[in-house]
Ligand binder design. Structure first.
Ligand SMILES: [Zn+2]
Length: 129
């Protein structure tokens, strides 16, 4: 799936979660809970900058994330899904990084968060994903 088309599809499916933001502290908590539940490694997250002025990234081989300050649920889930797909599904080529399997993983993570009421810690803000 080409890059831009991937984001269209992702935004269409998860629009609501682009506006649901959490504090850095809660973002890290969500990362740890998802990693524990879905049994993949997550070591560290670092936060940088302001939304729209920096980038988010998964360092899959190092099990680390770089996220914008106060990220949206979609940003967290997207970058964590890269760690999961890399480690558990072993999808490692650059070309396949933004594939349908990433959306499947994102959906799985979001369902789990919803089921466990993690929305309590989120607040609505401007789109940031
Ligand atoms: Zn990505």
């Amino acid at each position: 799936m080409p890059h831009l088309k991937f984001y269209d599809k992702e935004h269409e499916q998860f629009d609501k979660y682009r506006k649901l933001l959490v504090s850095n502290h809660d973002a890290e908590l969500i990362c740890r809970k998802l990693a524990r539940h879905f049994k993949f490694q997550f070591l560290k997250v670092r936060f940088f900058g302001k939304r729209g002025k920096t980038w988010n990234m998964a360092y899959s081989a190092f099990h680390c994330l770089r996220l914008v300050n106060e990220p949206s649920i979609l940003i967290i889930v997207h970058e964590l899904a890269h760690l999961y797909n890399w480690e558990i599904l072993r999808i490692r080529s650059r070309r396949r990084r933004h594939c349908k399997r990433l959306i499947t993983t994102e959906r799985k993570f979001i369902r789990y968060l919803e089921k466990n009421n993690y929305w309590d810690m989120a607040y609505e803000g401007e789109i940031n994903a």
